[in-house]
Design a protein around this ligand. Structure first.
Ligand SMILES: Cc1cc2nc3c(=O)[nH]c(=O)nc-3n(C[C@H](O)[C@H](O)[C@H](O)COP(=O)(O)OP(=O)(O)OC[C@H]3O[C@@H](n4cnc5c(N)ncnc54)[C@H](O)[C@@H]3O)c2cc1C
Length: 405
């Protein structure tokens, strides 16, 4: 009887173990925490957004984006949907985003762990795998408890995000020992730290805006949605969606800037803003600039932006010269902020980078360098957007590895 060991009892590891277990093998999960799936419980604000109907490949990122389709494709997505059904998950679907019907992440955890138990997967907790050695055809796993032998090993230890949940990047050096290339792991789906002497003044404001990312002055990507302005910079889902690119760019010493249109619902360009203000002044000629802009944005934000334009907020629109009007327009529709860094892995939802896709058979997740060694989940060099994409990737890679071993 062959023995398969899964290192890490997180989302992808438990799925891999469930799929691997059959009558002819023994499947053991070694988990360092006192319980499995710690991270799963905090996903989607405790609701676990585990899937999305929109599976366009632009929601996934890698150093080798051309290879993502080998994992995220129609066949594998269908296998995943069948798997969800088979373990008893009933979805609540909102705008294509899938949550468990109970609205509780624990339902996904329970479905996974119950299935693992029903199948006869053995889970050993409080077991930190410290090293792996290849001894002939077999692997020897040194842990804080015992030494375990296995015919096949699935590495499902996660990346570095939310390290308190157990995935703290402890395994990259062990994987490198097996001659695998690790694309530098960096925080993704994380807040951005920016420069600016105004941060304390805008802290706490939420605004519906458009945000564009520029690298070395070149336009890269934009997002729309709610931005949370903070005393360190910027937060909110649309900001976090840009953060993986920013992480990589800063690591490569690129200049990273974001340009925000705070009035995206009303105006797109500086000229639009000037026309809008001309009309508003005609309608309300006695109001000063701040009063004219009132009702459009949080008054604290209006004050920050007018101050940044170095214009007295007691002035009326018709008292500004065209240069001043243009500067004010720039502040409201093209507010440029320098990104200094991202927040750390402690606050990141995922890791960009990891085991290079070029060294993995992406049909099976088996290493192309070491036979019978597999990788699943966040440890590999694919990261997804917010919206269920990271769990989709974790689960599919778990299915592929588990089905192959
Ligand atoms: C706050 C937050 C919210 C999120 N929300 C969502 C969401 O709504 N939708 C979504 O798709 N994704 C979400 N994610 C991302 C998602 O949780 C991860 O992509 C996914 O959990 C990764 O699965 P994994 O199996 O690769 O790693 P993990 O789930 O991190 O599991 C790895 C496991 O390996 C164990 N381990 C590590 N090293 C060792 C070792 N040496 N020995 C033994 N065990 C070890 C760890 O303790 C851990 O249990 C969120 C992440 C965070 C932090």
């Amino acid at each position: 009887m062959k023995r398969i060991i899964v290192i890490g009892g997180g989302a992808s590891g438990i799925v891999a173990a469930i799929r691997a277990k059959n009558n002819d093998n023994e499947v053991i999960v070694l988990e360092r925490n006192s319980k499995c799936c710690k991270k799963l419980l905090i996903t989607g604000n405790g609701r676990c957004n585990y899937y999305n109907d929109d599976q366009d490949l632009r929601h996934y990122h890698s150093n080798r984006e051309d290879l993502i389709k080998c994992i995220i494709n129609e066949d594998n997505l269908n296998r995943l949907k069948d798997f969800y059904k088979s373990i008893g998950i009933i979805p609540f679907i909102k705008d294509g985003y899938y949550y468990p019907y109970s609205n509780q992440a624990i339902s996904i955890e329970n479905s996974l762990l119950l299935t693992a138990k029903e199948k006869g997967v053995k889970i050993i907790t409080d077991c930190l795998v410290e090293d792996i050695f290849k001894r002939g055809d077999k692997f020897q796993l040194k842990t804080n408890k015992d030494i375990y032998e296995a015919n096949k090993v699935i590495i499902s230890v996660g990346g570095c995000s939310a390290p308190k949940t157990g995935s703290d990047g402890n395994f990259y050096h062990i994987i490198e020992k097996f001659n695998h290339t690790i694309i530098k792991p960096l925080p993704s789906l994380v807040q951005l730290n920016t420069s600016g002497n105004f941060l304390n003044n805008w802290s706490g404001i939420r605004v519906n805006a458009n945000i564009k990312l520029y690298e070395n002055d070149k336009y890269i990507k934009e997002e729309n949605g709610e931005i949370l302005l903070t005393n360190y910079g910027l937060s909110g889902i649309c900001v976090m969606q840009l953060s993986g690119i920013v992480s990589r760019g800063l690591y490569m010493n690129r200049k990273e800037e974001v340009v925000i249109n705070f009035l995206k619902g009303f105006v797109r360009t500086r000229d639009d803003f000037i026309e809008f203000m001309d009309n508003r002044h005609l309608l309300l000629p006695n109001r000063n600039i701040t009063e004219l802009l009132d009702t459009l944005l949080n008054y604290k934000l209006i004050n920050v932006l007018v101050k940044q334009a170095s214009i007295s907020n007691t002035k009326r629109w018709n008292q500004l010269n065209s240069k001043e009007k243009n500067i004010l327009a720039k502040m409201f529709v093209e507010f440029r902020v320098n990104v200094i860094s991202t927040n750390s892995f402690e606050r990141a939802q995922t890791t960009t980078g990891g085991v290079s896709l070029t060294e993995i058979d992406l049909n099976t997740m088996e290493s192309l360098i070491v036979k019978n060694l597999y990788f699943t989940g966040e440890i590999i060099d694919i990261d997804g957007d917010c919206g269920g994409y990271n769990l989709t990737l974790s689960f599919i890679s778990g299915i592929l590895a588990g089905d192959d071993v």
